[in-house]
Ligand binder design. Structure first.
Ligand code: AMP
Length: 491
């Protein structure tokens, strides 16, 4: 599809942070609450926790930031040593409490809670099939589809086989934390698109989207959940069991987690995000370093890139000053999700203010992690020129984003992406930079110590590791046939 339409325009995408804990003899709610704070950058639209006390579920799910969604008594009322939590990412126009999570459902053989980060590309097919069998849906989200499918499978399978059967039917990206009665489990899709890791706490175990949540609880990162792996935490908080349910040759880790989405202090797939970003910055200097008086990051996400870039330049004897010449107002949310272009432009000005003395009369290089619509760079270049920059060069720590993300990052539609139909020179001209360079895809793969075939590069190549209607794939992959729920899962 090359006309800017998205494959599933009405489908809800889930761009989120997930967590689950099982503790020895302490309430799970407070550690879950702190973890959600640590994962707040992964979603600001809604926050929720579901716990289980051995007899019943307790739930609190609200719209808004973690700090607004819970007060002291909400946390205290969530009884039980096991629980899962969720923060949901905002998408323009879809502020809807029916999609807030964790999602919970009660069925004949117990209760289920689900937190999902990712996006299924065949949810509609499964929803239609289950609806035909009498399942009633309350939202158009993927998570409810997974919950119903799993509940259905749990009627005639044990937990592990039921999860495997559901995983064999759903196609797309998912990191899930699930609570079946008081058992907490975590699953990562067979391609490992979205992150999920296991941590050990003083009195139990945790599963979380990012290791920063484990650090916040003074825990130890044990390891990443492997693609296709199911991890079941012991109900008594003493350990976990693992089941490698699917084993693929290739992975499809999202490179954009490292470039933009994840916290720099998180370790994802064995790599500290901060170090990856610094390495990307170093590569950027190697590939397209430009002489200038000063290099400055676009805060916050450009910081580690700019420090790597400046360090590589200085090692080569370049007389290049590193300066924080743009100050960020931390009380302004993400400009990206503002619904109109006019508001987005105003928001850039609200968010970033230049320090005139570091810029006036100088040749300036600004480093950002990515260009999406081009709003930020256009506004910034104008601003820097207004306060007296002689020249403004732009270096970007990722390749051109030419295609939408279907796998869980809110990226914009094809027609909104400035690079979808323009050359780098045309973009340079449009944003009015004196020069513009992006990082190559090979440099990204090198910094992640991965081959191209192990990464999801859909947004920069237009070819996806999943079978998405109307889009090209970069590998031999087809979505499962959804018509035979009565067949048992393969062993
Ligand atoms: P734009 O102004 O549309 O070109 O967006 C680029 C800016 O948004 C960069 O400063 C990025 O750090 C940031 N950004 C990149 N991807 C996203 C995303 N998925 N959500 C929110 N902000 C983003």
């Amino acid at each position: 599809m090359s006309d800017g339409r998205v494959a599933n325009p009405d489908g809800m995408t889930e761009k989120c942070g997930v967590v689950g804990v099982s503790l020895r003899d302490r309430a799970a709610a407070r550690p879950l609450y702190y973890s959600l704070y640590a994962l707040q950058h992964r979603g600001q639209e809604s926050a929720g926790i579901i716990t289980h006390d051995g007899f019943q579920q307790h739930s609190h799910v609200e719209m808004g930031l973690v700090g607004d969604a819970f007060d002291q008594s909400d946390v205290e009322d969530l009884n039980g040593a096991a629980g899962i939590g969720h923060v949901r990412y905002p998408t323009a126009g879809s502020v809807d409490s029916s999609c807030a999570q964790p999602f919970s459902v009660s069925f004949k053989s117990g209760s289920l809670g689900l937190s999902h980060n990712g996006n299924l590309v065949n949810a509609d097919e499964i929803r239609d099939e289950l609806a035909g069998m009498g399942h009633a849906f309350t939202s158009d989200g993927d998570t409810e589809v997974i919950a119903h499918d799993l509940a259905r499978n749990l009627l005639d399978e044990d937990l592990v086989r039921a999860v495997k059967r559901t995983m064999g039917r759903i196609h797309g990206s998912y990191s899930l934390t699930i609570m079946h009665d008081d058992t907490v489990l975590g699953v990562r899709d067979p391609e490992g698109n979205r992150p999920l890791c296991i941590g050990e706490l003083e009195d139990g175990y945790i599963l979380a989207s990012e290791s920063a949540a484990i650090d916040t609880l003074d825990g130890e990162l044990v390891r990443d959940v492997k693609p296709g792996e199911l991890v079941v935490l012991h109900e008594d908080g003493t350990g976990f069991d693992t089941y490698q349910l699917f084993d693929r040759d290739d992975t499809a880790h999202c490179f954009f987690e490292h470039v933009y989405f994840a916290r720099p202090d998180s370790v994802i797939d064995d790599k500290l995000v901060y170090e990856v970003r610094r390495e990307l910055g170093r590569q950027l200097w190697e590939e397209s370093g430009v002489e200038s008086d000063v290099v400055m990051p676009v805060p916050d996400s450009g910081r580690a890139f700019a420090s790597g870039y400046a360090e590589a330049a200085q090692e080569e004897g370049e007389d290049l000053e590193f300066a924080e010449g743009l100050m960020k107002n931390r009380y302004v949310g993400r400009t990206f999700i503002m619904p109109t272009q006019d508001e987005r432009e105003r928001a850039v000005r609200l968010k970033l203010n230049p320090i005139k003395s570091t810029i006036e009369g100088k040749t300036v290089t600004i480093i950002d992690d990515s260009i999406v619509r081009g709003t930020t760079s256009t506004q910034l270049i104008q601003l820097l020129k207004d306060v007296g920059a002689e020249e403004v060069h732009v270096r970007i720590g990722a390749p051109q984003i030419i295609a939408p993300c279907y796998m869980g990052i809110d990226m914009a539609t094809r027609e909104e992406l400035i690079a979808s139909d323009r050359s780098t020179e045309e973009i340079r001209d449009e944003i009015q930079a004196d020069s513009l360079s992006y990082l190559s895809i090979d440099a990204v793969a090198e910094a992640l110590a991965a081959s191209r075939g192990d990464l999801c590069l859909g947004c920069v190549t237009g070819e996806y590791p999943y079978d998405i209607e109307g889009e090209d794939t970069d590998r031999d992959v087809t979505r499962p046939v959804i018509d035979d729920i009565s067949q048992p899962a393969d062993d």
